[in-house]
Every structure is written in C-alpha cells, then in structure tokens.
Design a protein around this ligand. Structure first.
Ligand SMILES: [Zn+2]
Length: 263
C-alpha cells in the first residue's frame, strides 16, 4: 500500500521529466526548422542567385550588345557550373523528341541538312551574329496565319531534350529588331547543350521550369525581324549550342532529327 502510494508520485515525476525532455526536443526541432526556413528565405538577400534567372538576364544582354564578349563568356562559364550543380543530377526520362509537333525530317530546310551553316556564327555577337547554325523546320501555312493549312490548328514547339528553361523572350512586336522574335532557351544538363527555339507565337513555359523531351514549349509563329515579313514561310528556327568551355559552339543535331522525325 505504502509502496503503491509512494510509487504514484515518483511515476508522476518521471513522467514530468520525460515530458520536459520531449518538450525541449520539440523546441530544439522547431528552432532548427525556423533557422533552416530563414536561411532559405534569406537566400536572395544573401546574394545567392538563381542561375536560370541570371542566365536569362545574360542572354538578353548578349543579344542586345550590352556586354563585352570577354565578360559574357566569363559569366557563361560561371553560370554553366551553377546550372550543372543545380540540375545535373535531376532524374529525367532519357529520351529526345522531334521539336515540331507532327513534323518529320522532310520538313527541314535545305537538302540533307544543308540549312545548317556554322561558319560565321558567334554567340557573343548577339543579335548581329552571322551564319545559321540551326535547322528551320517548316509546315504548310500558305496564308501565313501560323495555323497548319490541313488541321487549321497551331503547331506545337516541343522540347528536343529534357532540361531547364534558362531564357525566353515574349511580347515581340513587329517594329522590334530582335531576330529570334519570341523564343525559348532550354539547357540540357545531360548533353551540356543550350537549345534555342525561335519565331514562336505563344510561349507556355517560364524561366526555371523543368521540361521533359516532347513537352510543349509554345507554338510556331512568325515573330522575329526576318521571319515576320510575308516572304518568309512559317517555320521553327531550332539551334543547339554546345557549352564547349564557354565557346557556345554550334552543334548539328541533324542525325538525331532524322531518327526522331523518321516518317
Ligand atoms: Zn533559321
């Protein structure tokens, strides 16, 4: 009886201690969580940047001649490693897709890939670059309304490889000198390629968004200084640049396009 009476309060004390421990552990956990949260929220204030947004700013500066080639190249190298670090280990379906919805390799400009001309191209010359290290991919649009003549529907621009959207331009106006018009840049960590899709009508993606191969980035349009006039048949301008230690060298995806658009 005595023992029982005695045991009850001692049990209570143990329980109290235990509760206190749990309570303290809870407080510690809460504080730790709060510190992590504040660290996360404080990132922009601490100057830790978002490489996608930075790359988007960089491509616009290069395009408009707002940076020297040397400065731009240094920034390209810096951001490339940041992009690789952030997105390089991301799980994704290892595949590729033909970049024009319903298109085939027969819709490529030139003969046997001759539309691709690397000579004279320099990424760092921005909007003034020479060459044409790209494939133009056409579809029937005789009345130039950016709708497929047979289906009457817009034609989707599809991601060639999985990757992250690192640049875009929207809101192009016919008096703008920007040659690409409305466009999207996607960085593919697995291939270390920067792919560029130009002359779009609508753009469906945002900077920082991850896209899988075959995902719709937008629709083909007639935006861009030379793509807008009616003499130009409606097409997608598709270019891939290889990082190449900052060289941003033209990469010819002709073989892949033939395989993927094999109809
Ligand atoms: Zn082109």
């Amino acid at each position: 009886m005595f023992a029982a009476v005695f045991l009850v309060p001692s049990g209570c004390i143990w329980q109290l201690c235990s509760r206190r421990k749990v309570f303290l552990a809870g407080v510690r956990g809460f504080l730790l969580g709060l510190v992590c949260l504040l660290a996360e929220l404080g990132q922009p204030a601490l100057g830790l940047s978002d490489p996608c947004q930075e790359w988007n700013r960089l491509q616009a500066l290069v395009r408009d001649g707002g940076l020297s080639a040397g400065e731009a190249r240094q920034k390209v190298v810096e951001l490339h490693w940041e992009l690789l670090e952030t997105f390089g280990k991301r799980e994704h379906a290892h595949r590729a897709a033909f970049p024009l919805e319903g298109g085939s390799w027969r819709d490529l400009g030139g003969k046997a890939g001759s539309g691709f001309v690397a000579k004279g191209y320099d990424f760092y010359q921005g909007n003034r670059h020479g060459g044409h290290p790209a494939h133009d991919i056409f579809f029937p649009d005789r009345d130039r309304d950016s709708l497929h003549d047979r289906t009457g529907r817009p034609v989707g621009v599809l991601a060639f490889l999985p990757g992250v959207v690192v640049g875009l331009n929207v809101g192009w106006e016919p008096n703008s000198q920007i040659r690409g018009g409305n466009y999207v840049w996607v960085f593919s960590p697995s291939m270390e390629l920067y792919c560029y899709y130009a002359h779009l009508k609508d753009v469906f993606v945002q900077v920082g968004e991850w896209v899988e191969a075959g995902q719709r980035l937008g629709t083909v349009g007639r935006t861009g200084k030379n793509a807008h006039p009616s003499r130009s048949p409606t097409h997608l301008h598709f270019m891939c640049l290889s990082f190449d230690q900052g060289g941003m060298s033209p990469y010819d995806p002709y073989k892949e396009l033939v395989q993927l658009g094999g109809r």
